[in-house]
Design a protein. Structure first.
Length: 84
């Protein structure tokens, strides 16, 4: 059985928040582990007094909810570097 030869595509940062495949224009999808780590790290920052990037509705004080809102809107200033 012959193996398929896939072209090597180097990934690089276009934007500090989004990694992508520059040749195909695809956005990077985070694994559930990366997502949990990003949200957890950002929630810890918020709980220790870091400024919140979004306008948060009144009544929301949970740092995890705030971090999840920031993640969904793609404004968290955290990147993921993957080894290839």
């Amino acid at each position: 059985m012959a193996q398929k030869a896939y072209p090597t595509v180097k990934r690089f940062i276009r934007n500090p928040l989004i990694w992508g495949n520059s040749l195909l224009g695809e956005r990077m999808k985070y694994t559930r582990f990366e997502k949990a780590r990003i949200i957890g790290a950002r929630a810890l920052q918020i709980s220790l007094g870091a400024p919140v990037i979004l306008d948060i509705p009144e009544g929301i004080i949970d740092p995890i909810q705030i971090a999840m809102m920031e993640f969904e809107r793609k404004v968290i200033p955290i990147t993921v570097k993957r080894d290839e």
